[in-house]
Design a protein around this ligand. Sequence first.
Ligand code: DUT
Ligand code: MG
Length: 161
Amino acid sequence: MSVPPQVRVTRLDPELPLPQRAHEGDAGVDLHITADASIAPGERMVVGTGIAVALPLGTVGLVHPRSGLAARSGLSIVNSPGTIDAGYRGEIKVCLINLDPRETIDLVRGDRIAQLVVQKVELVTFLEVDSLDDTTRGSGGYGSSGGHASLAHSPIREGKN
Ligand SMILES: O=c1ccn([C@H]2C[C@H](O)[C@@H](COP(=O)(O)OP(=O)(O)OP(=O)(O)O)O2)c(=O)[nH]1
Ligand SMILES: [Mg+2]
């Protein structure tokens, strides 16, 4: 296997640890929150992680929630996964949301609140054509293959075209 490239990282908050894997081989490196925060049920909050990165062209950073925090407290990310573009040099921020219907989530500076996964991405170009090739799926989407519970009314609301 080829050695993955090193990603340059700067610490805007030098007292916080560098992002690191909890275990060798983990896909994500954990990101820390830079300040204490309390998030009420249903509320969202953009928080800092104190780091900036220079991702190689042809990669993307994806900011994912952490499963344990999600299951235990309902902490998630509004725009999950957040997209860190290769050219972005600002602080990585996380738009947290408290999905618990009752309890406030109290976070302490330094808590690991999200994880950054770096993936290769194809920087494709788009070519406009008159029609697309046929496939077995065709234009069937949003549950068209079945396998979901039947509901009395469809919960899917579509905007007007
Ligand atoms: O969770 C996130 C998502 C994005 N960003 C930063 C890096 C990213 O490169 C930039 C823009 O993100 P995105 O393209 O998702 O947001 P946009 O609303 O389309 O903003 P822009 O017009 O700047 O592209 O914001 C973060 O720090 N955290
Ligand atoms: Mg954008």
